[in-house]
Design a protein around this ligand. Structure first.
Ligand SMILES: [Zn+2]
Length: 324
C-alpha cells in the first residue's frame, strides 16, 4: 500500500509523485495558564502577572519541525500575539501557517454571537498585522463549537475564515454524529471547510487520538495506525499539541484532581512522539493540505491566499493555476 512510501518520507514530496493526503500538525499557541472555565486561571486580568513560558515549548516544536523540513499550522491567541509578536512573526517567517485560536481563549458558548465576532475580529486583525498574511483557519478554545449547526460557524464565514477545526465526534465535547474527516459544511453565510483532529477508539469509545490526554495515554502504535488508516482513505489526519506539553519546567498549578489529570497525564510522551511522527509522515499546513477543496468549494474569487512552497504535481496542471 502507500504506507511504505510515506513512512520514510522526511522532506517535501518528490515532484514526480502525485500529491496525496498528508498529515497535519497543529499547535494551539497558548500559555500554560490558558485554561477555560477555571476561576484561578481563565480571567485575562490575571495573565500579565503570570510567568510566560509559551516560547519554551514553541521553540522546541519549531526546532523539531525544522529538522524534518516540515511545516505546521499554529492556532494563535490574539493575546499571545500582542504579548509575543516576535514569536508569531518568527513562526510565520519559517513558512508555518498562522491561524486563529480566538483572542482571549473564551469558549464560544460563553459569548453572545456579537461577542464572539468581536473576539474573532480582534484576534484576526492582530494576527494578520503581525504575520503579514491572511488568517483563514479557526479553532475554538476547548472544542467549544460543539456542532455543525452552531451559528458561530456562519460568523466565521462572514469574517473571512475558510476553515474551522473545532468539531469533535467525541461525547461530551461533541455528538458522535460530528464529522471525523474534512468536510464542507453549509452555513447561512456560505460554505466552510470543517477539518476535525484525528479521532479513534480508546477503550471501545471514540476519543481524541490527535492530541490531548486520551492521545497521550494511548499507545503510539494505535495513533499511528489511525493516521495510516486515514491516509489510506486519502484523508489527512490532524494532530494537535500545546507548547506547555513540551515544557520540562511547566509551573505547578492549582487544579482539581480531574483537571490536573487531564492537563498533566502522559505529558512526557509528547516530545518523543512528535519526533517519531515527524520522521514517519509528511506534514503540511492545513490550508495548503486542503488547497484544492478551498479553491473549488470555499474560496470566493479574489480572496487571495498566499501559499508558501506548494508545488503542484506535474501530472495535474490544473492545480497550479488556482493558487493566485
Ligand atoms: Zn486552547
Amino acid at each position: 500500500m502507500t504506507e511504505k512510501s510515506t513512512s520514510d518520507e522526511t522532506g517535501p514530496a518528490p515532484s514526480a509523485m502525485p500529491r496525496a493526503a498528508n498529515a497535519v500538525l497543529t499547535v494551539d499557541l497558548e500559555d500554560w495558564f490558558h485554561v477555560c472555565g477555571d476561576p484561578t486561571y481563565s480571567d485575562p486580568s490575571t495573565w500579565d502577572s503570570r510567568v510566560k513560558r509559551v516560547h519554551v515549548g514553541s521553540e522546541k516544536a519549531l526546532e523539531l519541525l525544522a529538522e524534518r523540513g516540515a511545516r505546521a499550522t499554529f492556532f494563535c491567541l490574539g493575546w499571545i500575539a500582542r504579548k509575543s509578536p516576535s514569536l508569531v512573526r518568527r513562526i510565520a517567517s519559517l513558512g508555518h501557517e498562522i491561524a486563529c485560536h480566538g483572542d482571549l481563549h473564551r469558549r464560544v458558548f460563553e459569548m453572545s454571537l456579537a461577542g464572539f465576532r468581536e473576539d474573532l475580529r480582534r484576534a484576526k486583525a492582530t494576527l494578520e498585522d503581525i504575520a503579514g498574511a491572511p488568517v483563514l483557519a479557526f479553532r475554538a478554545p476547548e472544542w467549544s463549537m460543539r456542532t455543525p449547526e452552531n451559528p458561530a460557524l456562519a460568523v466565521l464565514v462572514e469574517e473571512g475564515f475558510e476553515i474551522d477545526s473545532s468539531l469533535m465526534a467525541v461525547p461530551p465535547i461533541g455528538p458522535i454524529t460530528n464529522p471525523r474527516a474534512a468536510v464542507v459544511l453549509k452555513t447561512s453565510a456560505g460554505p466552510i471547510l470543517e477539518a476535525p483532529p484525528l479521532v479513534g477508539p480508546f477503550f471501545s469509545r471514540p476519543a481524541m487520538l490527535g492530541g490531548g490526554w486520551t492521545s497521550r495515554l494511548s499507545r503510539r502504535a494505535r495513533i499511528e495506525a489511525a493516521m495510516r488508516s486515514a491516509l489510506a482513505q486519502a484523508e489527512s489526519p490532524i494532530l494537535y499539541l500545546h507548547p506547555w506539553e513540551l515544557d520540562d519546567e511547566h509551573p505547578p498549578m492549582r487544579l482539581s484532581p480531574v483537571a490536573r489529570w487531564v492537563h498533566f497525564a502522559g505529558r512526557g510522551r509528547v516530545l518523543p512522539r512528535l519526533r517519531h511522527f515527524l520522521a514517519s509522515f509528511e506534514f503540511r499546513p492545513l490550508a495548503e493540505t486542503h488547497r484544492e477543496t478551498l479553491d473549488a468549494k470555499i474560496r470566493r474569487p479574489g480572496a487571495g491566499l498566499r501559499i508558501v512552497e506548494a508545488p503542484a504535481a506535474p501530472d495535474s496542471p490544473e492545480r497550479s493555476e488556482a493558487a493566485a
